[in-house]
Design a protein around this ligand. Sequence first.
Ligand SMILES: [Zn+2]
Length: 562
Amino acid sequence: MGKSIRLNGHIQITPLINAYIFFFYFSGLTHILLQLLGTTIFLGLRQAIYMSFLWLIPILLFPQKTKLISGTIGLVLWVSSLISIGYFCIYQQEFSQSVLFVIFESNPAESQEYIAQYFRWWMAPVFLGHTLVAFWLWKRIKPIQGTLGARVLISLLAFALTIGSPLFKDYIVKKRPLDVALEKLQMRMEPAQPWQLVMGFIQYQKQLANMQALLERNSKLPPLENLTQKNAELPSTLVLVIGESTNRGHMNLYGYQRETTPNLNKIRNELTVFKKVVSPRPYTIEALEQVLTFADQEHPELVMTKPSLMNMMKQAGYKTYWITNQQTLTKRNTMLTTFSKQMDVQKYMNNSRAQNSREYDENVFAPFQEALNDSAKRKFIVIHLLGTHMKYDYRYPESFEKFKGDDGLDKKFNDSQLAYINSYDNAVLYNDFVVSELINFTKKQDSRSLLVYFSDHGEDVYDSPPHEMLGRNEGRPTTPMYTVPFMIWESNQWKSTDGRDFSKFTNRPYSTSHFIYTWADLVGITFKDFDATKSLVSNAFTKHPLLIGDPEAKGKLQEIHQ
Ligand SMILES: [Zn+2]
């Protein structure tokens, strides 16, 4: 003990560091591994570093009980870290509340299968090794000797760092309501053990309750009046592929100079490619709330007061599937999960905590093929992709890293801009592979089938002058944030029973906020309030203003010109 460094003689530093390393070890291990694999952003590790200081407080204040306190806390952290490590071994991903959602949603037999399927013999020594390291770190812990003043001061600092200052910043400085400030604190704590598990469970319960309330409301809505359909007696497979953050301006199919869409180009003559479609809002949830319901920029409230597109398809007698590679039950995504729950079958393929994590869209291939092989005669399958969402280089495997230098670009960009543009174009290239594969799978079924693909919104990747904007911002809208690809693929059997030619309509200016009318028209559904002027593929179509902006904010709606 004599060898320990003492801070001005007030406190021993070595036991303080040893205790910190012990507590940090449980949260830090998986975060460091995740960083080494480059699977996620730095934020999680940073929060794990901060939050581990919290556990120093009790052993600083009660040094005589150091072994007992650190052992008890360590035990809780150990149990919770085993779950994260096990999950990491299987998926090389961070454990999250989405995983809890999937586990609680599955029945016990499925959960057992889930675990049995992934347990490998080498995981036993991994767990054992982890436990031995933890025990060794605990053995090294000694009471932190120091003056009472120094121990209290360091405890206060640790409290300020972990809980005090974030709360102070949100509640006092930024004057946010207490529940918002507490929620922000929860999000900060979540990357650290055992909060991942604890908060994950609390959040899961909360979002589940919200979702059930939304679903209950939805289930009480009266069905669409006088719904009738063409060809209701024929088999049909309807596929709706919703992309993510793909600006058509980066697609070779739409004239971009780089060859970002070789696969779609190859089947160009099988596609009807619409050239002037925009999204109403530059954010996923806000856009899809209008795309998948009767809500639009002028009537945003209809999202909850009229049946959705999913309700409509069930009412029409289809077996319905929702396959998503987006996150499921996070607060922002409750609405999407609610939409998915209006369907018969759900497959959630992405369980990352942060949307900014590595997940490839080929995740949806297997469940999509399963759905295609389902013996139901009439099927409606929604596929929700991660597409070209930030971070772009997490969206594609190495083999799709085609664009590296400034080849094919007609402007000069700095190195950082160039890196973003290249990774975005590589993501577009991978998205081309995914979408064309989905078309190929559908084509192989050789049935009466139809597939529609569009992106939820665009993305500005230094496209709009003065070429400084990256991403999306509704407050300062630019055209590339809204211009989306929109295309229809029909099988030969579909064409032989529905002989319409849409090629003369491809220059119509259209907002996906009215998509429900286009979809109904395409698949042959009509009902009392059907408005053919809002269908992109109807002879009765008329141009409606393409409104963008936040419909809840007065006077913010404006027309977009492309
Ligand atoms: Zn989006």
